[in-house]
Design a protein around this ligand. Structure first.
Ligand code: NAD
Ligand code: ZN
Ligand code: ZN
Length: 350
């Protein structure tokens, strides 16, 4: 063990579905045989954390629960079977805590789709704590020397956005639409898309227009709050519709619109998970224009390594605001009101 590890620590615990969010002292976990003990320095807050707290998806959570799944920190301990990790390595806690590695989906590296997937901050205590355990096989390897506060959002927002962009099949020079461009996933998605050579159309509220246009630098922007005909405006701005769209907003309406404005032969990727939503697309239009509608769910270990590599090379920088671990509930409120540009990252020492 590299440092004195305390017996107890501060954590943010959801007592029950949509129940009290408590900032309290809990025991520091002991790593199992193939687990790392990570001193979490920073954790991002993802919109998914709100759904995990509420328990509003058709996948049950385990409560009481320590939330969070974007934890960046340092390895301070490990179980007896752990190989190829060293004390002092930078490591990340991501959504997929572990999977079986034996089913047909794991064999195809579709690890998040494993029926035995265990999820950080959902069915397993996550990163809203100072010390967390992570499965040594799935823990993200964060390159040494990077800023851990900025690395934290890459572990979910970055990996998910990057994988979704690959799922569109868009190639350099073509248009990609990013619906929800000013949020956590959207902000990094814009940068991955630019690094991949795509032309980028961002859609978000007028409040985020300056941020998305000037700070993130999209090629075109549509304000969904004032635009009367979003579908026509998107088609117009992209000369016939984007070749691919990633839906990283939390709006069912926006998802349905994307099936209409995507270019003929284009690919609509579903990422955002507004509870209870259904995609409604015209069958006639989908057939005659031969569009594809696909889901994309975080990413596997390779996607994670690639997403972190873009970040470590300085091609993607998550715009973050740093708060304190105890701020989780406050950040949830700001996020639901659509008031956060980029990501809120929490310093676990405060
Ligand atoms: P966020 O709250 O940071 O961002 C959402 C953005 O969508 C905000 O900027 C908001 O202004 C914008 N928005 C709202 N309504 C819109 C509309 N009608 N048109 C365009 N933009 C609109 O959330 P986030 O953390 O980036 O997460 C986004 C979604 O992705 C959530 O539903 C989350 O649960 C989901 N998610 C999915 C995966 C996956 O693997 N598929 C992974 C992580 C997060
Ligand atoms: Zn997430
Ligand atoms: Zn499996």
């Amino acid at each position: 063990m590299s440092e004195d590890i305390p017996k107890t620590q501060k954590a943010v615990v959801y007592a029950s579905d949509a129940g009290k969010i408590e900032y309290k002292e809990i025991p520091v976990p002991t790593p199992g045989p193939n687990e790392l003990l990570i001193h979490v320095k920073y954790t991002g807050v993802c919109h998914t954390d709100i759904d995990a707290w509420r328990g509003d998806w058709p996948l049950p959570t385990e409560k009481p629960l320590v939330g969070g799944h974007e934890g960046a920190g340092v390895v301070v301990g490990m179980g007896r079977d752990v190989q190829y990790w060293n004390i002092g390595d930078y490591a990340g806690i991501k959504w997929l805590y572990s999977c079986c590695m034996q089913c047909e989906f794991c064999e195809e590296m579709a690890e998040p789709n494993c029926p035995h997937a265990v999820l950080s901050g959902y069915t397993h205590n996550g990163s809203f704590q100072q010390y967390a355990v992570a499965d040594a096989t799935q823990a993200a390897r964060i390159p040494k020397g990077v800023d851990l506060a900025e690395a934290a959002p890459i572990l979910c927002a970055g990996v998910t956005a990057y994988t979704a962009l690959k799922t569109t099949g868009v190639i350099a020079g073509q248009w990609v639409g990013i619906s929800g461009a000013g949020g956590g996933l959207g902000s990094v998605a814009v940068q991955y898309a630019k690094a991949m050579g795509f032309r980028v159309l961002g859609i978000d509220s007028g409040e985020k227009k300056d941020y998305v246009t000037n700070d993130l630098g999209v090629d075109a922007f549509i304000d969904f709050t004032t635009e009367k005909d979003v579908v026509a405006a998107v088609k117009n701005a992209t000369d016939g519709g984007p070749h691919g769209v990633i839906n990283v907003s939390t709006s069912n309406t926006a998802i349905n619109q994307s099936t209409e404005y995507v270019r003929t032969l284009g690919v609509v990727v579903l990422v955002g998970l507004p509870a209870g939503s259904k995609v409604v697309a015209s069958v006639f239009d989908s057939v005659v224009r031969s569009i594809q509608i696909r889901g994309s769910y975080v990413g596997n270990r390779r996607d994670t390594a690639e997403a972190l590599d873009f970040f470590a090379r300085g091609l993607v920088k998550c715009p973050i605001k740093i708060g304190k671990l105890r701020d989780v509930e406050e950040v949830f409120k700001l996020m639901e009101a659509g008031k956060i540009n980029g990501r809120y990252v929490l310093d676990t020492s405060k």
